[in-house]
Design a protein. Sequence first.
Length: 78
Amino acid sequence: MTSAWVTVSSFIAPLQTEADFEAIVAADVDRWHEAAREAGVDGEAHVRVVRAGGEVLVEISPALDAAFTPVQTLWKAL
């Protein structure tokens, strides 16, 4: 399992705070909080918003990412 948080959404932030934009980010975070509950982990601890360099990122923890990442399997084409 990786130890890095995974970016699941990326937005270019408006120059000034806009309610509609913040609502879009909040809806995305809510969606990931629901996914965390379904995975059996706390959304507050496993979903975060990072704002830097004019960008807004929604990230999930390695534990939450692992809940959605299937184990790789080896297969052969016949």
